[in-house]
Design a protein around this ligand. Sequence first.
Ligand SMILES: [Zn+2]
Length: 667
Amino acid sequence: MLQCLSAKRYSSIKLLINVWNCECLYKNIRNIHNVGLEDIPKITVTNIRKILRQKGFAVQDGFTSLISKCTLCSGEEKTSGSKIYINKATGYFLCPKCNIHGNWNILERLLKKTKGEAFIKEIRETSHKDFEKVQNDWQGVVNETISLSKLNETEMLDLCRLFEYPYHPETNKILADVRISPDHTILYFPLKNTLDNIVGYRKVQAGKEDESEHYGLHTAGLYSCKAPKVGRSDQAILVPTIQDVLYLAGHKVPGTLIWLTNCSLPPIVLPVLENYQKLCLWGDWDNMRAVAEKLGEDRCRFVRPTDGLVTATEAAIANLSLKTLVSEAKPAAHRSITTFAAIRDDVYAELTNIEKMKGIKWRRFPALTRLLGGHRRGELTVLTGPTGCGKTTLCAEMSLDLAQQGVNTLWGSFEIRNSRLARTMLQQFAGIPLEQNLQDFQKYADDFQKLPIYYLAFHGQQPIKIVMEAVEHARYMHDIAHVVIDNVQFMLGLADERDGDRYQRQDAVIAAFRTFATARHCHVTLVMHPRKERESEDLSTSSIFGSAKASQEADNVLIVQDKRLTAVRGKKYLQVAKNRYSGDLGIVPLDFDKDSLSYQPKKKNKAKQDEPDKLLNQCFEEFSVKESNYVSDFENKPYKQKEQKHRDVTSNGNSYLSDILHLNRTR
Ligand SMILES: [Zn+2]
């Protein structure tokens, strides 16, 4: 009896601990990137201009900012450099001289003098302190490191080998302002603002190049350098890697060479580029298009991919003249009415880059990649399926897969709370049941938090205007490439309206996202409920709730078919019911794994020893898969093959599903 009781008590204590731990889990996950209502700027560029003029300030209309005089530092230091930059889209302001910065409402208060001297003094002092701290931090780095210009040829060669940089006799001159740790394993790249002041630095450790860390002000700058002994040029060339910068410098390409990590461009660094009349963008084409839009397309030109060579590094390895390619860069902007002559370069680039134009490939869903080609910007996908079939879980995994490959994603979860969604994605990310592995929680959460996933911080019914404003703002601030709305019916609210009105409102939402996807070069995935239909019938494109607009406007229609509900041995699968890109239709089997909340195909069982023929066939099959993988790897990344291991895992799924897919095509 006693024994029984204590056992019971023990289990209830254990339960308590579990509940407590789970709460911890939720609290930790809540600490994620949110985009809230208060983040949406409520000011227009016209109003900013008006207020500045009313107060008697001269306003210069820049590419991305309005430029005026900084009243805070121009008083004490009578120099011409005291300019204040006000972002046209957000109203965020910054003076690179006195480092005063903040949201528009602060500047407005300063201008209107609604707050007293104390307020101004406080702001001025904090800005000054921040600036001093960063300068002291950099001085600390300088004291403990040496300049690359002090390294001799052998040391420089070793360094280039270690960091996989291209070697050039003048590399140490090009990177003269970069510092290196005494053991030659850590590099510190200074980040400069408009006035060439150092406002932060980027730390790159050998072997961990992908995880470079940034330090400094929110008013961070950019790393830039120039090729030695070349003529002056008023243009800047923006590239995604330091390797690109070094190749361009080695080829003596004139202009300022700017390292734009992963093609991402936070709006706070836009003033640094304000002085360049000409910008040349060279990198992943899709991402660079979004960057150009932010910079002002009229001053941007693209180096378009030639013969599958996307980056300056790839072109340099293929012995092409980088100088010629830069001088032949074509304007980014097209007029609203265009001729074939104007777009023939785009058409040629698309034809010579078929593989890359297909988009980013799902690693977890190779069969889906085969059907759709990949995930492309500028498209609209509609995902539907019966209630409770796991649309959200599947959609979470598909978007996680892409985010792990660097696709900046914005989730609008209107049905379930963000913390629950993040928990699902974290478990899919970890691949294990988290509540049974709490000791590893911090490790997984730390890595998960580094993924470029953002969440709209509101759910339940929302007016489409506010949702679109938040989505627009997030795209501008965080370079969003994929927006997920789960789901459209919850966003609209399930109000008691006649069907006609609801259809009309839903059509307006679809139209708004269609326009957004095309105009902003962003992929939008809309999760939608189907119409109520008899359970025995298959869902089709016409089963989506509402009018036919959803399936007409969508580039891709994906339907989760759940045959487990109607047939004893029924299976669940994802049907590609519309595919505007290639027209290939078919199905992808979905096999749910409860532990990892994952739908990715299970690894094939090892063939048994007593079936030599099968084993032999399998060997051939795997051999051929590896061969083709090697070729595609080589094309994608001629100088890095880190992802080889991961692709081998997915290729198992390829052969596993090929039979089913083949059946689909020939049917
Ligand atoms: Zn100032």
